[in-house]
Design a protein around this ligand. Structure first.
Ligand code: FAD
Ligand code: MG
Length: 325
């Protein structure tokens, strides 16, 4: 029988999230380099403190364009493209509403309806003006704010993968607080798949609905149960509907996307979350590289297709549907 390789785990807290790196070699220097790389991108992209390139853009809203680093520019361009899709639930200009609701941060509250209406007027992604030649970004109205919270962790997970490849590391796993990117399989000997738990909503951290197995793929989950607060018996979570200004409200507790690149997983969790099961399934039927696992509030687990992963249900109180029928 082939001998199993030992997995070495390294952890940190960055971007307000627990970060986990798994390697098949004990290499603290490499782990340190990975965490430094994540910190580098956090410093460019954060909107939780100054300075950062994104904060510089936000501060200049209504005043002047800001030239940014090419990587930041490309990420913003990609986020804008997702935001401009017809009826998109993804909006990179959602910042004023995120800041007002403060969901997941201290002081979260339900804003008065008139505040929501006023802030919605500042979230038009078409008013994020990009200049490819200059690599500049201009928010045309004062008060506009870019927020890359729904895409940046996916982008960074891919950069970590690329960095590890450049260091001749082709097996490992990076988990950026729910944004998982795997390199190769989970065993040097057998090439076995990595197991990624599908969390049970509002349960303990180790309580799983089931296990997703992947090899060299990204697994990203967005859900109603990670960052939320309750007010007068109503639950408010952090994925806002850019069409209403309120948290997205549909039959879903979570959407998990399995894909090659984690940036796609991050974008598509939000897009598909906004579509719901039926429309989401119809949309993914034409996207072979993007697969989804929907968890509904009435305890159904729906798999859009299963070319990129396998799923094993562990919690018998959930009902599994194979394929979007
Ligand atoms: P996703 O579902 O992928 O995205 C939800 C997040 O995207 C929301 O939290 C909001 O920021 C934004 N958003 C909401 N609605 C939409 C929408 N319709 N379209 C587009 N975006 C939307 N957290 C901390 O607590 N402290 C920190 O210091 C901190 N720093 C961070 C720095 C960086 C660079 C990044 C990327 C994140 C940081 N975070 C921090 C976490 C951040 O605030 C979000 O909670 C996190 O990115 C959400 O990721 P997710 O995968 O859980 O959610
Ligand atoms: Mg996301």
């Amino acid at each position: 029988m082939p001998q199993e390789a030992h997995v070495y785990s390294y952890s940190a807290v960055l971007m307000g999230s627990p970060i986990l790196l798994k390697l098949f070699q004990h290499n603290e220097h490499l782990a340190h380099q990975v965490f430094r790389l994540i910190k580098h991108y956090e410093n460019l992209l954060t909107v939780n403190r100054s300075p950062s390139e994104v904060m510089n853009i936000n501060y200049a809203a209504g005043q002047h364009p800001v030239v940014v680093n090419p990587a930041v520019y490309q990420l913003i361009k990609c986020a804008k493209a997702a935001s401009m899709l017809p009826n998109s639930a993804f909006n990179l200009a959602i910042g004023p509403l995120v800041k007002r609701w403060k969901i997941g941060f201290q002081g979260s509250s339900v804003p008065p309806a008139e505040d929501i209406t006023a802030l919605l007027a500042l979230t038009d992604p078409g008013q994020v003006i990009l200049d490819d030649a200059q690599h500049s970004v201009f928010l045309t109205r004062p008060g506009m704010e870019i927020d890359l919270g729904a895409i940046a962790k996916g982008y960074i997970a891919d950069r970590v993968r690329d960095f590890l490849h450049s260091q001749q590391v082709f097996q490992g796993l990076i988990n950026l607080g729910g944004n998982v990117q795997t390199l190769g399989g989970a065993s040097l000997a057998s090439g076995a798949a990595w197991s990624v738990g599908l969390k049970k909503p509002f349960a303990g951290p180790d309580e799983l609905i089931g296990v997703i197995e992947v090899n060299g793929k990204s697994v990203v989950t967005s859900g109603t149960y990670e960052r939320w607060f309750e007010f007068e018996g109503k639950h408010y979570h952090h994925i806002l509907d850019p069409r209403t200004g309120y948290p997205l409200d549909n039959a879903l507790h979570s959407v998990t996307i399995i894909s090659q690149d984690s940036i796609d997983g991050d974008i598509w969790t939000t897009l598909i979350y906004g579509m719901g099961v039926e429309q989401g399934c119809a949309c993914l039927a034409n996207k072979p590289g993007i697969e989804a696992i929907f968890v509904t509030k009435d305890r159904k687990v729906v798999l859009s297709s299963q070319q990129l992963f396998t799923f094993t249900l562990q919690d018998p109180s959930y009902q599994l549907s194979l394929g979007c029928l």
